[in-house]
Design a protein around this ligand. Structure first.
Ligand SMILES: [Mg+2]
Length: 186
């Protein structure tokens, strides 16, 4: 049972990147999320609520600093999700750095701030699918990561968020945990 390797995405699963990315660019996350949910559920980017193009939004200078990434807030379910997953197998954080060097060091600091200086259970790469194998499980909020991981022979579960097809699922952690549990007990 312990021989599963569970790869856990950070942004959008454990950490609320989007709320801070909105806030630092002058948007009110609550307003944007509620409009996103009602007018464009499942869309990757809320084009009806944000006048910037996605590329402009995600490459804004404000998202390049180490501090931005280091100070992101964990979702309220983070500790519960991580603890439960650890009871099913080895858990490794798997996170893709953006193009900015500050992102990589900020994410590194975030994990050390949370778990302590000796913590080393993480892999930073954009190529998450390279880690797929028959005993590997990926939990990620991006459909393209899920499909790439599956096409290399891993199992992947999409983490429900307003920007993916599982937007209508109200309890994202219960959804994912019950799927992981089912797979492991098969
Ligand atoms: Mg993500």
């Amino acid at each position: 049972m312990k021989n599963y390797e569970i790869y856990l995405d950070l942004d959008g699963v454990c950490i609320d990147f989007m709320a801070s990315a909105l806030e630092i660019q002058g948007y009110d996350p609550k307003t944007i999320f509620s409009k996103w949910k009602t007018t464009q559920p499942g869309e990757l980017f809320p084009t009806l609520s944000i006048e910037k193009k996605p590329i402009e939004f995600f490459t804004d200078k404000a998202l390049e600093t180490e501090n931005f990434w280091r100070e992101l807030k964990a979702y309220k379910w983070f500790s519960y999700l991580y603890t439960e997953l650890k009871s099913f197998g080895n858990v490794m954080f798997l996170s893709a750095p953006s193009g900015a060097p500050g992102c990589l060091s900020g994410k590194h600091h975030w994990l050390k701030d949370y778990f302590g200086a000796s913590f080393s259970e993480y892999i930073f790469t954009k190529h998450k699918d390279r880690l797929a194998h028959e005993k590997a499980i990926l939990i990620d909020d991006m459909a393209f990561n899920v499909s790439a991981f599956e096409s290399r022979g891993g199992t992947a579960f999409l983490f429900p968020r307003v920007w993916n097809e599982l937007h209508a699922i109200y309890e994202p952690t219960e959804y994912v945990l019950s799927n992981v549990k089912r797979l492991i007990n098969e």
